[in-house]
Ligand binder design. Structure first.
Ligand SMILES: [Zn+2]
Length: 442
């Protein structure tokens, strides 16, 4: 195939190749479009076996494991494989883990019983994590290996600041590092359909699931990587989450072939996780688990929105202090509600009329200042077409502030205000991007 098809540069072994990096030529004009290969860590969850194959007999699980490992070997991938320690029950299960180790992959902890951190107390969850660490550390120590990595089930890192902090402290004390996920094509959700299609023996049915499985991955990869590259302003490293299951055993080869053709370079954990983006993020509690770059985007957006809303108040302060009541009230929505000790009025025009009456001149206006006490953002969860949780945009905010009017020759007046804002549709350049829809000032 020629023309627009990408071709992958070969990565020679050795320090020089590591420093220079591999390159990928996309399109017919390599000189103009040379991009560095994108480091990609492959992580495999729910060992010893996930999905329908986990319910099969030992021979099924062994054969599925051999298929998974053969594909990894073909693509020269060194993966981190996360084990649900409580699911390692028989010598056959241990043999599966041994096979992963023998092929050069690293074993990490994926808890003891795969609990939801959101559903448990810190004490109960930490006890589950400790049980898995004890079991897996001992098992690895007998093989001169160390347990280094942890993967949160459902990517849930804690729904309160205290729970997030408790797990961070527990992981640090246990010498474990949380391995985030950046790419999630919800591969697990295709396993049941795959098993049913295979059982039916229908080639079209099998092919349909295969196409859906690969399409979900392609959508997750292309969308997330474009978002992440824009967010960081560079070609971002990625961590793919997939599961040890039967649909994977049959389709990983096609998936890895596509990933390589798109310019990914399968990279080991130590290289990928050394990237500064995977340093500790601020504590960001949530009931649901997010991908790393989705979380980063959410944190950045929250910071932006707080700054934009602060600008709304700054704009008002500047307008007030130059005596421009029209501009002071311009940040109110046309249908804004305004509550004060004198009652409730509605509409920007009514708010403006009230201010003009109450503060007719410079002597009555004084000098205004605001001190923001608290900003709460109204942003929630959105569900992707593949039923994965992704952070939603900020759709509104409330702001609690203290206002103060200072006067020459008389005591200041001060009070509290609670303001609700919403995005201002079609805000002109240079104008506030939020408008006040409710204001209760006392
Ligand atoms: Zn899992």
């Amino acid at each position: 195939m020629r023309g627009g098809r990408p071709s992958v540069g070969r990565c020679a072994a050795g320090a020089l190749a590591f420093l220079v990096g591999c390159v990928v030529h996309i399109g017919p004009s390599p000189a103009a479009q040379t991009l560095p290969a994108r480091p990609l860590l492959i992580t495999v969850d729910d060992l010893p076996m996930a999905g329908a194959a986990a319910r099969g007999d030992a021979a099924v699980r062994r054969a599925t494991t051999e298929s998974l490992l053969a594909v990894l070997k073909k693509h020269r991938i060194t993966a981190v494989a996360f084990v649900i320690a409580g699911n390692v029950k028989t010598p056959d299960d241990e043999a599966i883990l041994q096979h992963w180790l023998d092929d050069g992959h690293e074993i990490g902890s994926h808890s003891n019983t795969h609990p939801s951190y959101t559903a448990l107390t810190s004490e109960a969850y930490l006890a589950d994590v400790a049980a898995s660490r004890t079991t897996l550390s001992a098992w690895l120590a007998r093989r001169q290996r160390t347990l280094r990595f942890y993967r949160f089930p459902f990517l849930q890192e804690g729904d309160t600041p205290e729970k997030v902090a408790a797990m961070r402290a527990a992981l640090a004390a246990g010498g474990l590092r949380n391995v985030p996920v950046t790419l999630d094509g919800t591969d697990w959700s295709f396993d049941r359909r795959w098993a049913e299609a295979v059982a039916s023996g229908s080639a079209p049915a099998i092919d349909e699931v295969r196409q859906d499985y690969l399409a979900a991955l392609r959508v997750a990869v292309t969308r997330t990587e474009a978002m992440a590259d824009q967010l960081l302003g560079r070609r971002t490293p990625q961590v793919l989450l997939i599961h040890a299951n039967a649909v994977g055993a049959a389709n990983w080869d096609a998936m890895f072939t596509w990933l390589a053709a798109r310019g990914h370079r399968f990279a080991p954990a130590d290289e990928v996780l050394a990237d500064e983006t995977f340093g500790d993020l601020p504590i960001d509690p949530g009931r649901w688990g997010y991908g790393h770059y989705h979380r980063l985007a959410r944190l950045r957006r929250a910071t932006e929105v707080r700054a934009e809303i602060a600008t709304v108040l700054e704009t008002q302060v500047a307008a007030w202090n130059r005596g421009d009541m029209e501009a002071f009230c311009a940040v109110y929505a046309a249908d804004a509600a305004f509550a004060s000790p004198t009652g409730l009025i509605r509409g920007r025009d009514a708010v403006l009329a009230r201010y003009r009456t109450k503060y007719p001149d410079a002597a009555s206006r004084g000098i205004l200042s605001f001190a923001i006490e608290e900003t709460q953002l109204a942003s929630g969860l959105e569900i992707t077409p593949f039923e994965a949780a992704a952070p939603g945009d900020v759709h509104g905010a409330t702001l609690l502030a203290r206002w103060t009017l200072t006067y020459a020759g008389k005591p200041p007046a001060t009070g509290l205000t609670l303001i609700t804002v919403r995005p201002r549709v079609g805000a002109p350049a240079g104008q506030p991007r939020w408008e006040i829809i409710q204001d209760a000032s006392f």
